[in-house]
Design a protein around this ligand. Structure first.
Ligand SMILES: [Zn+2]
Length: 295
């Protein structure tokens, strides 16, 4: 008999309870391990990630900054993308991260061996980065990767600087304890741009954000993070997951519109509002609050 039914999709509960199922499905469905074409976004900022994962290069006269590294398998793809753009991976002097999960921090150890670059990480994610995310509050040791030594410990509003690129780190915990939102203030061809890389606002299947919380204080952490992210008014925003900010749509439009295709303050506002709404719905669900009639 011909098989016409689609494969059974796992339930929300299965995804919440089975860490390996969650990661293998996300890896495949969201194309985390498929190579992608690199592209210049604006001024010194280039996308060098995979089809699903946002990895960014900031080029300067003093060497380069790398933000995020994707999955453990992503290292060679990032290296290829940087070379394709005409830059040398060996010129990376500094590395920074959004948060310490395997899909963004998985290849820092590889990149550090290749480049010897210094790694700067928000205080509350340092232990996770150095252990390769062992003892994660949700994943235990299920999504571990090769740990990497942190050279500089960051605190809220610390800055990193290389050449004429300055980035500010905001501590936006929730998704991990040390999740970090980065802001770059650029002037390109006489025009000023605020470029944001929001992090920390999303929760994964199985996170407990209110009742029997995944870690003590997680509810307040998320709410403070939403507030901090609402205060930011970027011209351009990029993120660890490419579908969030529509990399492919903007990349296509940029072929004719140039940098204007990346300008998207309204998309950022909607993204943060959506994360906040999803979080408060989850709080209500965990606490068993009656659903409002029109939500
Ligand atoms: Zn994550």
């Amino acid at each position: 008999m011909a098989q016409t039914l689609p494969p059974n999709l796992p339930t929300k509960e299965q995804l919440a309870n089975d860490n390996n199922l969650f990661i293998s499905l996300a890896t495949k469905a969201l194309k985390w391990e498929e190579p992608a074409e690199p592209v210049r976004i604006v001024g010194p900022i280039y996308f060098v990630g995979t089809k699903g994962l946002g990895v960014f290069l900031f080029t300067t006269s003093e060497g380069h900054i790398l933000m995020n590294t994707g999955m453990p398998s992503s290292g060679p793809m990032i290296v290829d993308s940087i070379r394709k753009l005409g830059f040398k991976p060996e010129d990376i002097k500094l590395m920074i991260n959004g948060h310490a999960h395997i899909d963004h921090a998985g290849a820092f150890a590889f990149m550090k061996k290749l480049t010897g670059a210094q790694l700067a990480v928000m205080k509350d994610d340092v232990a996770a980065m150095e252990s390769g995310d062992r003892d994660d509050f949700k994943y235990g040791n299920d999504l571990a990767y090769e740990g990497v030594k942190v050279d500089r410990v960051l605190r809220d509003e610390d800055t990193v600087k290389l050449g004429d690129v300055l980035l500010t780190a905001y501590h936006t915990p929730g998704h991990t304890r040390g999740a970090t939102t980065w802001i770059a203030n650029l002037v390109v061809d006489g025009k000023a741009y605020v470029v944001a890389f929001p992090d920390g606002a999303g929760f994964n299947p199985g996170y407990r954000v209110a009742k029997n919380p995944s870690y003590p204080g997680i509810t307040d952490d998320y709410r403070n993070t939403h507030h901090a992210l609402e205060m930011i008014k970027p011209d351009i925003w990029l993120a660890q997951h490419n579908e969030y900010y529509d990399l492919e749509g903007k990349r296509k439009r940029a072929e004719t519109e140039g940098v204007n295709a990346w300008i998207d303050p309204e998309g950022y506002r909607r993204f943060i509002a959506g994360k906040k709404r999803a979080f408060e719905d989850q709080v209500d669900e965990e606490l068993g609050a009656p659903k409002a009639a029109s939500k």
